[in-house]
Write a protein that binds this ligand. Sequence first.
Ligand code: SF4
Ligand code: SF4
Length: 162
Amino acid sequence: MDELLLYVAFDIIKTKIYIAFIMSIKTKTDKTTNMSSDKCAACTGKCCCYALVDLPAPRSRLDFNNYAWYLAHEDIEIYYDDKKWYLAVNNRCRYLDENNRCMIYEKRFEACRDHTDENCEFDSDYVADLIFDDPFQLLEFAEKRFKKKGNKKTKRKITLKK
Ligand code: SF4
Ligand code: SF4
């Protein structure tokens, strides 16, 4: 009986070692050859279909008005996320071919080189805290914000007078 148990235990260990070995080969193959291309092959080149630019936080009505002007243009959105502002240009890169492959891969830009397919746009459900796609929506938001700030100041003044 003891012999049988020892045999079964040995067999389980052998199987585990074998599986670990196969997994290590698979992981190596995936990382070095096909993982990114497999994922990218199934994708429509989502990461090449927009550009995101940092924006200084708008402080004045004029700042908001200028940002509203950006939004008057097609394919532009403004994101507010984690207390930061971004200009999103939702346009396809001119170097993305009809098969969603980069036509200038060897000469691609630093931003493209920095981007990996780990947690990328393909399988991410990222949504910014606020998304503006209409100039007047942004101006309305700005007015509400200034009004709220104005109210706060007024309240403070009243408090200080007491
Ligand atoms: S979004 Fe991700 S999967 Fe799609 S092309 Fe870009 S890196 Fe590849
Ligand atoms: S240059 Fe190539 S990798 Fe970079 S955004 Fe354009 S198509 Fe994509």
